[in-house]
Design a protein around this ligand. Structure first.
Ligand code: ATP
Length: 248
């Protein structure tokens, strides 16, 4: 028997009110231990697609119309955040939102709450995150709001990893960060995939960056998939890479 892919998104539609059809029939697949890039310019529908998958769109915030979301082959439309986490899906929202007043470690611990782990397990999970992000160990007692933008992004990803996910949905992880720190973050993502088998669906405007680490890419334009393919092939296409460098 053939294993179904980890995540299959089939012809989803999402709109804000009557007028704005932000996503119009997007289909994509994320394999086990895969990194998939969701590319596109500002407003192309990347964030809306991620939110449709993690059920963050509601009647007021945007509505998901038709379409199917399959998780390991099973229907997974409109699951609550805690049901998603139980299945192993977690989203890191755009803008790396941390609790600024809490310490780095308190932020990470807050990620463990959905699983209600024993304090023993929580400690082990914290250790794992510190192993992946040594910078966070150094800053564990520092208020998150006082750390750098890159460290805050690490806190946001680390908090998601506290749920021991199989799939992390990442929204614009490079936004506003220096290239050197972005590279550090993507190297850790790559290691998590290789060594732990974690999958990532990453929305990125920076196509060159994302395609360097991804296996597969989908290019959104006005809410539809305009192009998709192996990252190695998309990397060679100027129309994909130039666009996001502002050449068009
Ligand atoms: P960005 O890089 O800015 O996040 P994106 O590719 O993620 O862009 P979306 O944020 O998904 O794009 O937006 C898709 C479309 O939906 C855009 O036309 C946007 O203006 C519209 N849109 C997004 N959020 C809302 C909202 N809350 N209410 C109304 N329209 C929205």
């Amino acid at each position: 028997t053939v294993q179904p892919p980890l995540l299959e998104v089939d012809d989803i539609h999402a709109h804000y009110g009557q007028a704005i059809e932000a996503v119009r029939g997007v289909s994509l697949t994320v394999p086990q231990a895969g990194i998939v890039a969701l590319l596109g310019a500002n407003g192309a529908g990347k964030t809306t697609t991620l939110k449709a998958i993690s059920n963050l769109l509601g009647p007021e915030r945007g509505t998901v119309g038709r379409g199917r979301i399959l998780w390991r082959g099973e229907p997974a439309n409109r699951l609550s955040a805690s049901d998603l986490v139980k299945r192993g899906i977690v989203q890191v929202l755009e803008g790396r939102r941390c609790f600024a007043q809490l310490t780095v470690e308190e932020n990470l611990r807050s990620g463990g709450f959905l699983r209600r782990p024993s304090s023993q397990k929580l400690k082990a999970d914290l250790e794992r995150v510190y192993t992946w992000f040594p910078r966070l160990r150094d800053k564990r007692a520092t208020r998150a709001g006082l750390t750098s933008g890159g460290e805050q992004q690490m806190v946001a990803i680390g908090r998601a990893l506290m749920t021991r996910p199989s799939l992390v949905l990442l929204d614009e992880p490079s936004m506003g960060l220096a290239p050197i720190i972005v590279q550090e973050i993507f190297e850790i993502i790559d290691a998590l995939r290789r060594e732990q088998g974690v999958s990532f669906l990453i929305a990125e405007q920076n196509a060159n960056l994302a395609l360097h680490y991804a296996d597969h890419g989908y290019v959104l334009e006005n809410g539809v998939v305009a192009t998709s393919g192996r990252a190695a092939d998309l990397r060679l296409r100027d129309d994909v890479t130039d666009f996001y460098l502002g050449a068009r």
